[in-house]
Design a protein around this ligand. Sequence first.
Ligand SMILES: Cc1cc2nc3c(=O)[nH]c(=O)nc-3n(C[C@H](O)[C@H](O)[C@H](O)COP(=O)(O)OP(=O)(O)OC[C@H]3O[C@@H](n4cnc5c(N)ncnc54)[C@H](O)[C@@H]3O)c2cc1C
Length: 474
Amino acid sequence: MKTIVIVGGGFSGTIAAVNLARLAHEPLRVVIVNASRPLGRGTAYSTTRNEHLLNVAARNMSALPDYPEHFLGWLRSRSEFSSLTDHELREMYVPRKIYGDYLCGLLATCQQPIDARSNVTVQTIDDQVVDIVVASDGAVQVCLESGESIDADQVLLATGNQPPGSFPSDAPLSHDPRYRSDPWHDWVSRLPGSGGTIVLLGTGLTMVDVVLTLDELAWDGKIIALSRNGMPPQSHFRGIAYEDYMPDNATELSLDQLRAIVQKHCKQLRQMSQNPAIAIDKLRPHTQRLWQNLTTAEKQSFLAHDAAGWNVTRHRIASSIHDVITDALDSGRLTLKTGTIHRLAPNEENIEVVLHDQQDNSFSEFGDLVINCTGPQSSFSNAGITLFDNLLEKGLVCSDDLDMGLQVDERFAVIESNGEPSGWMFAMGPLLKGSLWETTAVPELRGQAMRIAEILLERSPAEVPQQDVLEYYI
Ligand SMILES: Cc1cc2nc3c(=O)[nH]c(=O)nc-3n(C[C@H](O)[C@H](O)[C@H](O)COP(=O)(O)OP(=O)(O)OC[C@H]3O[C@@H](n4cnc5c(N)ncnc54)[C@H](O)[C@@H]3O)c2cc1C
């Protein structure tokens, strides 16, 4: 029987397994190996806090692209949502932990199928994959930290984002209780007392999660959030129908030409008293193709000049959450500051965060607790991940031209160091950021998970309805 090993059991690995289980015609063994984050939930959906909401409305969160109403149907089965109208349910921003329940439920159904005809077993292992070894006869072994190994016919890498980056520091911070390098590990037990200061490194979605929790806990100290642009995520809004304005030859255009087109439509929307973010949302069906046709220099230019604005515009938050952030800013409890973080200097009283402003002048902020909310580190090959260090060294994978993740071909096969696609190893999810740019949210990942299952099972693509991408984030 064929064995497919999936490395990583967050959304990507879990839903790839679910699709394998429902699409396989032949007997199949699927093994998900997952470590560090809870199986099925991954980083995004392992929060246990009610205030951490999805940033996409429930109507667009089905895990299965061919069943767009699947998540809504599941929500409807829960007693706490049964009295909501269809409209209320569709437009809800549900707690992320509930979405994690949905994913775990889907996985459990595959592991204990109620259909006696199922010939797929889905096994899960709680362990870290540290290496993949190919014997001279081509046999593939997936090696685990525990010393065990699994024979595999095919491997799918679904390991998610790189871990958060680190900062130069005057002293080791790993055992300093006043510093949290990973915002997804407990910091609530380390809160300073009343009147203390918390410094958040980053002003994006993770900063928002932390401020929401501090608000929920009624913590009454001062919060300072720092980043290069000092911009928090924008709020969702009710959009308008707007033309799909990208020309047919868009993939032949340079980044400058694309910028000019987008700017023209942003201006047009402003003149109509509409949010220019609509022009960015309209790019969604084209984004991956446009990105793939940019030169490496253009991609670098986009990352340097456009990516920060893109992120705050594209990855918006529910308006109820935006209100909490706005109230915290208005009351002075939260301050956003602009600067490049230079180093951290722990001292007896607190941790000094040394920054440079735009004129390169140095200034400092002081935190009784400092939490790293900067998101995944950007360099893939220097991230110090044992599995990828080993795979890169053996030439079984290559990083993409921007070193943001792995290089893959159009069938998601990883590209080996000889430039050829692997016959047995595939990758999906945030690992493909450098190759596809937008490959992080459920509306993209569910399509990938299904397509990859079809590829691994050598099935032709199903007629999946065009994803409801135009509604995304609106
Ligand atoms: C806080 C947050 C909120 C988000 N909210 C939304 C939202 O509301 N809507 C939306 O559409 N998208 C949202 N996203 C984006 C998106 O849904 C997630 O990024 C997505 O869940 C990614 O899933 P993944 O499985 O690829 O990665 P991950 O969730 O990171 O899962 C990867 C898993 O693999 C494990 N792993 C890694 N390496 C190994 C190894 N060597 N061996 C074994 N296991 C390994 C990890 O520990 C982890 O469990 C959010 C993302 C985050 C971070």
